[in-house]
Ligand binder design. Structure first.
Ligand SMILES: [Fe+2]
Ligand SMILES: [Fe+2]
Length: 204
């Protein structure tokens, strides 16, 4: 996950290093998304709701701290590459989707039911309305993230492969290194802890 190795330069393969990193991120996101989708149908169950919130917290923070900033930087750089109008549309739709997913995650997390779910024990969700709202928000988040991953696989990856030059990649790698430097310490430690907990949950 988000450590320095991922951004390490590979002589002669600098373009593929960034794309490879996106691929690795997407594999992790797809895993987490599958866990979220499996839990969606069981959200009336307190332990399933707690597990959902944990997976979502990981996914949200992973996207917010690492994945979206890297992609946003890539998209900004690629916009300078003389894209066609339809390619520019892909970039702007992509950027907008990041913001929607971020907002949908916050909508789930601000539900009283989500708050209760993140702590085991007697604070379990009790009100039916709050559960229904929680479920609606959870479904919206999962739908937005699933649609986004599919959109990127279908439209963004080919666009990046076409336009990402070695020079542009070097700029993105520099930005990624700066970004990581700001996250070293508590943010990355928290993310690693969420990652480990969500993997344990998925395995258990
Ligand atoms: Fe992505
Ligand atoms: Fe994205």
């Amino acid at each position: 996950m988000g450590d320095e190795r991922v951004f390490a330069e590979r002589p002669g393969q600098r373009n593929s290093a960034v794309l490879e990193r996106l691929q690795v991120d997407h594999e992790r996101l797809a895993e987490s998304l599958s866990a979220l989708e499996a839990l969606l149908v069981r959200l009336d169950d307190d332990s399933a709701a707690r597990a959902f919130v944990l997976h979502l917290e990981f996914t949200h923070e992973f996207c917010e701290l690492l994945h979206f900033p890297l992609e946003d930087a890539l998209l900004e750089v690629v916009l300078e590459a003389g894209l066609t109008p339809s390619e520019r549309r892909v970039v702007f739709v992509n950027l907008a989707q990041h913001q929607v997913i971020y907002a949908e995650a916050l909508t789930v997390l601000e539900q009283p039911a989500a708050e209760a779910s993140s702590e085991p024990g007697p604070r379990a969700i009790s009100r039916a309305t709050s559960r229904a709202e929680f479920r609606r928000a959870a479904e919206a988040y999962v739908r937005a993230l699933r649609g986004h991953l599919e959109f990127e696989d279908r439209h963004l990856q080919p666009l990046l492969r076409r336009h990402l030059t070695t020079r542009a990649t070097a700029r993105v790698e520099a930005l990624a290194r700066d970004l990581l430097a700001t996250l070293v310490g508590k943010p990355l430690e928290r993310l690693a802890a969420l990652d480990a907990t969500s993997r344990e949950l998925a395995a258990g």
